[in-house]
Design a protein around this ligand. Structure first.
Ligand SMILES: [Zn+2]
Ligand SMILES: [Zn+2]
Ligand SMILES: [Zn+2]
Ligand SMILES: [Zn+2]
Length: 456
């Protein structure tokens, strides 16, 4: 960690905190693919012969995982054929860990500042008033009584405190492609507040969490480090509601206070100069900076085509073309959906057409340096190579930009960078040796060769 006394600025890409989870669980939907301990993919997973529910890479991971699995293994057997849900499993792990001395465990943020589980916010009052969460809490209590029937359960007040801390402080554990593969409680990182324009990002190496700076800071002041708790490609009202509902606070971050980004919720493309014409729902379109105006028929078309519907997103995009600005949130979301479905259908040309305008939109909504932007760029890199031999230099640019972002957000030593991102450069070399006309023929073969999920 950096010496906080140093006065030179700390560059983006710096890891300012690394943390191991207090407790964590693999998401049950990944049980067949990933090791329950290290969370890494393994095609040769071996089941725990005690419960036959969880699987490991091998002996080493099973042994390492046993301290957390020991208490639950026999309980898994007891409730068979039922399997506890992920949240029940996580809260049970918390209860068992706290009972075996975990309440005394502390993680240091700085040499003189550490956090214990009881230091995490529980929002007891808000949770008590939250009908949905209380209903869920009651259900969990019922299941716990059966699942942990041989253990001494904390009293209901304590249990609510544990539940509250779990709701408010869990991190989704993400793989390199930003898919949630697990849930974990991390003591030190839970000090980090949210901002819709964060200056840091949480990325993971297995279950180890890293906080990486995505913006340069003048000095390490923990109060000024912000990560995002939510998906940022959403409108201000959507984000603020989500934060209020899930974390019980009103976001007063600079992005929520200003309108610089969120004004792009509805933005038409000027028919004369292509600049955005920004409008609020229900308002008249103002004239463009160039003086042009949208006529009434275009205005009508704009509002018709702004209705988001996945089934008709292609139709929508066609209707929006020439009328919607590419930074407009409504258009970005539809383009995003269309991009994904084009990839699934292996319609590479279409995917490129939807993907390219998304780059700028991602940068606007997620921020300049975000892992999701890098993943978008890597997808475009691959697709560009597949579809055309004349654009290898364009493809390379996508790759280089993506690699730069991943270096910042994950680090050069992360396994995602070393195993998934770096080897991708070999695609250029493979494709170099392929006759242009043969490129599309090898795509499926190459596709299978690639172990990377990026193109599914
Ligand atoms: Zn493992
Ligand atoms: Zn077991
Ligand atoms: Zn905000
Ligand atoms: Zn104009």
């Amino acid at each position: 960690m950096r010496n906080t006394g140093k006065q030179e600025p700390i560059p983006k890409g710096t890891t300012i905190l690394e943390s191991l989870p207090f407790v964590y669980c693999l998401k049950s939907s990944f049980r067949r693919e990933l090791c329950d301990f290290c969370l890494k993919a393994n095609s040769n997973l071996r089941k725990c012969c005690g419960c036959m529910v969880v699987s490991y890479c091998g002996r080493v991971c099973q042994r390492e995982g046993w301290k957390d699995h020991k208490g639950e293994c026999k309980n898994f057997v007891k409730v068979k054929p039922n399997v506890p849900t992920d949240s029940v499993r996580l809260i049970a792990r918390l209860i068992l860990k706290l009972q075996r001395g975990g309440d005394m465990e502390a993680e240091h943020v700085t040499p003189v500042w550490s956090r214990k589980f009881k230091d995490l916010l529980s929002h007891r009052k808000e949770i008590k008033e939250d009908t949905k969460r209380m209903e869920y809490f009651m259900t969990i209590c019922g299941v716990l009584n059966e699942y942990l029937s041989n253990e001494i359960l904390p009293n209901s007040v304590e249990l609510l405190g544990i539940y509250g801390r779990m709701c408010i402080n869990s991190f989704n554990i993400l793989n390199g492609e930003m898919q949630a593969i697990g849930t974990g409680i991390y003591l030190a990182p839970s000090i980090l507040d949210h901002s819709c324009s964060p200056n840091a990002v949480a990325t993971f190496e297995g279950f180890k969490l890293r906080i990486q700076l995505t913006q340069e800071i003048s000095k390490l002041d923990w109060d000024s480090i912000r990560i995002s708790y939510i998906d940022l490609m959403n409108s201000k009202s959507h984000r603020r509601k989500e934060l209020k509902d899930r974390y019980y606070f009103d976001c007063d971050c600079p992005r929520c206070k200003s309108d610089d980004i969120d004004r792009y919720h509805y933005a038409a493309k000027c028919p004369s100069c292509q600049n955005p014409i920004i409008v609020k729902k229900g308002d008249q379109f103002p004239p463009c900076v160039c003086g042009s105006k949208l006529n009434s028929s275009l205005t009508k078309q704009f509002w018709e085509a702004s209705e988001f519907n996945l089934d008709v997103c292609k139709l929508c995009i066609a209707k929006q073309d020439n009328l919607f600005h590419d930074l407009c949130l409504i258009r970005s979301k539809i383009m995003d959906a269309a991009f994904d479905s084009a990839i699934q259908l292996q319609l590479w040309e279409a995917a490129i057409q939807y993907g390219i305008p998304l780059i700028q939109a991602y940068k606007l909504w997620y921020g300049e340096e975000h892992p999701l932007t890098a993943i978008l760029l890597l997808k475009l890199f691959k697709i560009t190579l597949l579809t055309s031999s004349t654009n290898d230099s364009v493809a390379l640019k996508y790759y280089e930009e993506a690699a730069k972002i991943i270096e910042l957000t994950h680090g050069r030593n992360s396994s995602f960078y070393r195993q998934d991102v770096k080897p991708l450069i070999l695609w250029i070399l493979w494709f170099d040796q392929v006759e242009p006309k043969d490129r599309l023929n090898i795509q499926l073969h190459q596709h299978e060769l690639s172990s990377i999920l990026i193109l599914q």
